[in-house]
Design a protein around this ligand. Structure first.
Ligand code: SF4
Length: 298
């Protein structure tokens, strides 16, 4: 059988679902390749993460479409979801990708995770994620939505393994600032981080939690930057600025990153020009460090 996989959002980031689909078909002796509109296929799988990415008009009508961008409730069949990802489809990426946990116990109204994933559950082990079909990888991008909501024993066991196996990690969906405490902070401060610890400061109420978490991690010896997601909504410019200035004055190595809010479930308009301008100023550190937003003319 000749099978095509297609990442409708683009190939700038590995799509784990497509990697598992590829592994599942190859295990059955099928040929798998990236979709080309000019080629004939027995089956085409298309995956889309964002609702605002337009569908590909060249996809055949019987293509199997999945992913949050098509349907937040879509899921891989369990036998495919259980497959280890096929890394040969993304030779340009050298890290391992995966989830140690899925889900989140919180119910933030803007977030698709609670409805899509449910509460927190343990799904994998760091050693299993790093042992890929192209060899053992010592950099791991972990896409957990709320790793610190897992039981403390699991957090400790996984971080011990990361240290023992010399694995550097990045929790790229951020960690929950509210869950740093005297138990979790020393564990997380002792991990080898690929670049930095990421936290989220999505509302004004999160600012004191983020400031406290950064101070606590510093007290346990963490020396690198803090990458902080700052969700910004239309009409919420003042709030976002308040958080940006609050973070950078609390820790000079805080790196705020503005994310203009776009719903994953509706099809909203582009973020406003004001929000895009705020993101342009904030997300380029050399601009943010050279002037306050109030003086930014760009
Ligand atoms: S804590 Fe994060 S993952 Fe959990 S519901 Fe809120 S935004 Fe979503």
């Amino acid at each position: 059988m000749r099978v095509a996989i297609h990442s409708v959002d683009g190939r700038n980031y590995p799509n784990l679902a497509l990697m598992r689909i590829s592994a599942w078909h190859k295990a059955r002796g099928d040929e798998v390749e990236w979709f080309s509109p000019l080629m004939p296929y027995d089956r085409v799988y298309a995956s889309k993460v964002f609702t605002f990415t337009p569908d590909d008009p060249y996809l055949p009508p019987d293509a199997i479409r999945g992913g949050t961008g098509y349907d937040p409730a879509s899921r891989l069949p369990p036998e495919i979801d259980a497959m280890p990802p096929d890394y040969t489809v993304y030779p340009q990426f050298s890290a391992a990708y995966g989830f140690l946990t899925r889900g989140c116990p919180n119910r933030c109204p803007w977030c698709v995770v609670p409805a899509k994933e449910g509460g927190i559950r343990l799904v994998a082990d760091i050693e299993r994620i790093c042992r890929t079909n192209t060899g053992f990888r010592r950099d791991a991008i972990l896409m957990d939505n709320n790793f610190l909501a897992a039981p403390l024993d699991f957090i400790r066991e996984q971080s011990d393994k990361m240290r023992r196996l010399k694995i550097r990690v990045d929790f790229n969906q951020a960690t929950d600032a509210r869950l740093y405490n005297e138990q979790t902070a020393p564990i997380m401060a002792g991990i080898k981080w690929l670049k930095y610890i990421r936290i989220s400061c999505d509302t004004d109420a999160m600012l004191p939690h983020c400031v406290r978490a950064m101070r606590l991690l510093r007290s346990f010896g963490y020396r690198k930057d803090f990458f902080v997601y700052v969700l910004a909504r239309d009409g919420g410019m003042e709030s976002a600025l308040h958080r940006i200035y609050g973070l950078t004055s609390a820790d000079p190595r805080a790196v705020p990153f503005v994310m203009p809010y776009r719903s994953l479930t509706d099809n909203p308009a582009e973020p406003s020009a004001g929000l895009r301008r705020l993101a342009r100023w904030c997300n380029r550190a050399w601009i943010r460090n050279s002037c306050r937003f109030e003086d930014y003319r760009g």
